[in-house]
Design a protein around this ligand. Structure first.
Ligand SMILES: [Zn+2]
Length: 117
């Protein structure tokens, strides 16, 4: 996995939060069935691969879907199961980048406060 500072700036405007929540809820499940279920709900496949990498080497530890919404990066392991890239990262480990927004990780508010430094 890449470093914790690695970020992916996902296309603005469209809200794929329900997709990201769906994918998160399928961690540990078979990717081929998760993928067919996800594709059936979408007009295009691309947003799935903002979050999910086929190889942990190219996987992001987390993605940022708007200035303040963060989600775990996911990858497909050798057994074909969906997994979290960096399970040690959660809402308690990242710091907000501004004071004005409520930052969330997988839908949970960050516990760290914004600090000017
Ligand atoms: Zn803000």
């Amino acid at each position: 996995a890449e470093s914790v500072k690695m970020k992916k700036d996902v296309q603005r405007g469209l809200d794929y939060t329900p997709l990201f929540r769906f994918l998160l809820s399928k961690v540990g499940k078979r990717w081929d069935s998760v993928f067919s279920e996800a594709v059936a709900r979408l007009d295009k496949q691309e947003p799935i691969f903002w979050m999910v990498s086929m190889d942990i080497e190219d996987a992001d530890d987390y993605i940022i879907t708007s200035e303040s919404s963060y989600f775990s990066g996911l990858y497909v392991d050798k057994d074909g199961l969906l997994q979290v890239v960096a399970p040690e990262i959660d809402e308690t480990s990242l710091s907000p980048t501004c004071k004005c927004c409520t930052h969330t990780f997988n839908g949970k508010p960050f516990t760290k406060k914004f600090k000017l430094e």
